[in-house]
Design a protein around this ligand. Structure first.
Ligand SMILES: *Cc1c(COP(=O)(O)O)cnc(C)c1O
Length: 367
């Protein structure tokens, strides 16, 4: 097995841009102008204060946010946000928070919220094996909910919303872990957005939380300081020792998005092209590659599919690895195959994957 970095289709931790990786590899030894390794720089240094401040500015610029929003870099992954959101907004409440259950990850958020207060599942895709998303007609939201929570892109099943859900008079909370910074969106319609870095924007270790002022004001002051958005906002993501390296890596990714790609509009064009290519091949394969998601709800980030026989899938994985590809197995919860085409996966890499798939298909049908 000789895997190639450029052919990493992993669901997460995912691919990162080559120029970011090479800059990081140099700076692990020595940051120019500083002379020491990025792994050994104090989080109380002036250098790191500048890193945080540039990263906050870059994320605000990419999302087009006004100054009512705080940008926080927190630890504990998206999973900690499954708890921090209801701790802040649901504890002690008698009206139900609303959750949309569209797949594996939204299903993980629900029991955590139940520990804090009442919840109502607005819609669940359970009975249709999470193969599609709800239409607007199927969603009835309450004006009294403390907040409404959903996941913009279900990473495991490969389902993605292309619209903003919910009411404008109820705080809208979204887990964007697997499509954050992949496309433009009306970000100011959200009260809180969270996205861990390790799918689309960096290494594991940090979660970006974009939160509007008024929501932070909700904080009761009775939460552990570490789990209180207010403390974290006041400390500019430097309340305790943060993962300096992971935060720096995300800064480099945001620079790449702004300077090399030209912003989310152009990132979206590239991402759409990649998805169009792969789904195109799947649709033209006479049922050999079988896409999982309802066509209209297909994710532009996670292309989930299977083959006619499990034995073929095993062969697909083995042969793809021998050809230098990695990360093409489906999530352990549902099996099958998955090509994650996050921001850093190039159109050229997708074309190489298509060549491989095309050859594999023709060979398997003949034999
Ligand atoms: C991977 C994933 C998670 C889990 O994130 P952790 O950082 O491992 O806690 C949550 N939500 C979504 C949408 C994911 O893709």
């Amino acid at each position: 097995m000789n895997l190639q970095n450029s052919l990493n289709f992993s669901g997460g931790p995912g691919a990162l841009p080559e120029n970011v990786l090479s800059q990081l590899s140099e700076e692990i030894i020595k940051v120019p102008g500083l002379g020491i390794s990025v792994l050994g720089i104090s989080h109380r240094s002036e250098w790191f204060a500048e890193v945080i401040s540039e990263l906050e500015d870059n994320i605000r610029a990419l999302l087009g946010l006004n100054d009512k929003y705080h940008v926080l870099m927190l630890q504990g992954g998206a999973t900690q946000q499954f708890s921090m959101v209801p701790m802040t907004l649901l504890r002690g409440k008698s009206t139900a928070a609303e959750y949309i259950q569209t797949g594996y990850w939204s299903g993980k958020a629900i029991p955590e919220a139940k520990l804090e207060g009442p919840i109502r599942i607005v819609w669940s895709g359970d009975s249709t094996s999470f193969k599609r998303l709800p239409t607007d007609d199927e969603l009835c939201f309450s004006p009294d909910a403390p907040y409404m929570h959903y996941i913009s892109n279900e990473t495991v099943e490969g389902l993605q919303f292309q619209r903003v859900l919910g009411r404008n008079d109820v705080p809208r909370i979204c887990d964007m872990s697997s499509d954050f910074l992949s496309k433009p969106c009306e970000f100011e319609r959200f009260s809180l957005i969270y996205a861990h870095a390790q799918k689309n924007i960096g290494p594991a270790g940090i979660t970006v939380v974009v939160v509007r002022d008024d929501l932070i004001e909700h904080s009761s002051g009775k939460l552990p300081s570490f789990l209180d958005y207010k403390t974290q906002a006041k400390a500019h993501s430097n309340f305790n020792t943060p993962p300096v390296f992971a935060i720096y890596a995300v800064l480099l990714v945001t620079r790449w998005l702004l300077n090399d790609i030209g912003g989310l509009k152009y990132m979206d064009q590239i991402n759409r092209r990649k998805a169009e290519l792969l789904y195109g091949l799947i649709d033209e394969s006479d049922g050999f590659f079988q896409g999982r998601a309802n066509t209209a709800d297909r994710s532009l980030m996670n292309v989930v599919f299977k083959l006619p026989k499990p034995e073929l899938e095993r062969r697909f994985i083995t042969e793809s690895q021998a050809a230098g590809f990695s990360g093409l197995s489906g999530h352990r919860a549902i099996g099958g195959l998955r090509a994650s085409i996050y921001n850093a996966v190039t159109i050229a890499a997708v074309e190489e994957l298509m060549n491989f798939m095309d050859v594999f298909w023709r060979k398997s049908v003949r034999s």
